[in-house]
Design a protein around this ligand. Structure first.
Ligand SMILES: [Zn+2]
Length: 114
């Protein structure tokens, strides 16, 4: 599979969002079970809020994955001049996912070497 710098970062973020959602839901359950003190114990409203919040994080992550997929199909495939592998450029500037070489599709950068 092919990833670019930006796509990789977005995917990592979406993956992190899933874990955040699970942790938030677990906190909700832990509060209900009384692990976080008696203040929240058997408080269904607090648990419901945490469960819905965690659920929203996971739904948000799924939507992000969908968006990343659409972004990925629109990304331009280029040969990285540094490592010779095929990578994808999202937007005008991105970095190679294999060697982190900065890549640009902007004609203004054509003569710049950095
Ligand atoms: Zn490269």
């Amino acid at each position: 599979m092919l990833f670019s710098g930006k796509l990789n970062r977005l995917r990592n973020f979406a993956l992190g969002l899933v874990f955040v959602g699970i942790v938030v839901m677990y906190i909700g359950y832990a509060a209900f079970a009384g692990y976080l003190g008696s203040l929240f114990q058997h408080n269904i409203i607090v648990m419901a809020i945490f469960l819905v919040l965690g659920f929203l994080f996971i739904i948000g992550s799924s939507i992000m994955y969908m968006w990343i997929g659409m972004l990925s199909t629109k990304a331009v495939q280029v040969y990285c001049p540094s490592c010779g592998k095929v990578t994808k450029v999202v937007g005008l500037k991105d970095e190679c996912m294999f060697c982190r070489q900065k890549l640009s599709l902007d004609p203004k950068d054509a003569s710049n070497i950095d």
